[in-house]
Design a protein around this ligand. Structure first.
Ligand SMILES: Nc1ncnc2c1ncn2[C@@H]1O[C@H](COP(=O)(O)OP(=O)(O)O)[C@@H](O)[C@H]1O
Ligand SMILES: [Mg+2]
Length: 254
C-alpha cells in the first residue's frame, strides 16, 4: 500500500514537534538543536531529536553516540538511541559509516521510518518535545516532513551575514506557507570575544534582526562564537554554557 501523501496524525505519546531549519548549512542548526535538547533535559523534560539531515547527520556525534550501532527493534518499532538522556534517531544509526547516496523516494522512506516507526514516547514515558534537525535547503526532505509530520512550530537559525540571511528567509517562508508557526529567529556566531576584552563580528551584524523584522517574529538569541562550544559538540559532551539555550525555552511553551 502506498503511504498517503499527507499524514498529520499525531505521533503517539509525543506532545510537541518543533523543527529547526536554516536554509544554509554550517550556520549551527545541529548545534542549536543539540543544545536546546540539553536545556530541555535540564528543565526536567523528556526530549527527542529526529536527525532529518539524511545526507549529513551530525546529531549522534554531537551527543557522543556515534558508535553505538543500530537501534533495537521491539514490536516492529525501533527504539530510539539515548545520549545524555536525549532520545535520537539518525541515518548515522541506521546506516553507520555509509554515505547516503539515495534518490528521493528512498529518502522519503527513511524519513517516514525515523518519524513513525520509532517508539518516541510511551504511555509511561511520553515525550514532551521532539526536535527535528533539518538539513540545509528547502528540498525533498523538507517537503516530506511538512507532509508527514504534525509540526507545531519552528525556529530558523541564521548567521548575521546577508548570504546566510537570504537562504534563512526561504526557510522561514517554507514554514509560513505550510502554516507552521515560526517561533522566532536564532542568530548564531554573532560575536567573537577576544582575550584582550574586545570583540569582533567576523560575520557582520544585523542579519538576525533583519530577518526577524521581515518575518514579524522575535529575534530570540544572538549566540556568540565559542570555541569551547565547538569542542564540546565535536566531542559529544554537554555544552559549557546552557544559559543561552535555556533562554529559548519560554518560546516553546507558547
Ligand atoms: N556558536 C558557535 N560557536 C562555535 N562553533 C560553533 C557555533 N555554532 C556552531 N558551531 C560549529 O560550527 C560547525 C557547524 O555547526 P552545525 O551545527 O553542524 O551547523 P548546521 O547543522 O547548520 O550545518 C560545527 O562544527 C559546530 O560545532
Ligand atoms: Mg546540521
Amino acid at each position: 500500500m502506498k503511504a498517503p501523501s499527507i499524514n498529520h496524525d499525531p505521533l503517539p505519546y509525543v506532545d510537541k514537534i518543533i523543527a529547526i531549519g536554516s536554509g544554509k548549512g554550517g550556520v549551527g542548526k545541529s548545534t542549536v538543536t543539540s543544545c536546546l535538547a540539553h536545556a530541555l533535559v535540564a528543565d526536567g523534560k523528556r526530549v527527542g531529536i529526529l536527525d532529518a539531515d539524511v545526507h549529513g547527520p551530525s546529531i549522534p556525534q554531537m551527543l557522543g553516540i556515534a558508535t553505538v550501532g543500530q537501534p533495537e527493534v521491539k514490536e516492529e518499532q525501533m527504539l530510539p538511541i539515548m545520549g545524555h538522556g536525549i532520545a535520537t534517531m539518525s541515518m548515522a544509526h541506521l546506516a553507520p559509516g555509509k554515505a547516503a547516496i539515495w534518490r528521493g523516494p528512498m529518502v522519503t522512506k527513511a524519513l517516514v521510518q525515523m518519524l513513525r516507526h520509532v517508539r518516541w514516547g510511551t504511555q509511561d514515558a511520553p515525550l514532551d518535545v521532539l526536535l527535528i534537525d533539518l538539513p540545509p535547503g528547502t528540498g525533498d526532505i523538507h517537503l516530506t516532513l511538512l507532509q508527514q509530520a504534525p509540526i507545531d512550530g519552528a525556529f530558523v537559525v541564521t548567521t548575521p551575514q546577508p548570504i546566510a540571511v537570504i537562504d534563512a528567509e526561504k526557510a522561514a517562508q517554507l514554514f509560513l506557507k505550510a502554516n507552521i508557526p515560526l517561533l522566532g529567529i536564532i542568530e548564531n556566531m554573532s560575536i567573537l570575544a577576544l582575550p584582550d576584552g574586545g570583540s569582533l563580528q567576523p560575520f557582520g551584524a544585523g542579519g538576525g534582526q533583519q530577518l526577524a523584522e521581515k518575518a514579524h517574529v522575535p529575534l530570540l538569541a544572538q549566540l556568540p562564537l565559542d570555541s569551547e562550544l565547538r569542542e564540546a559538540m565535536d566531542e559529544g559532551k554537554q555544552p559549557p554554557n546552557l544559559a543561552p539555550f535555556e533562554a529559548l525555552l519560554p518560546a516553546l511553551r507558547g
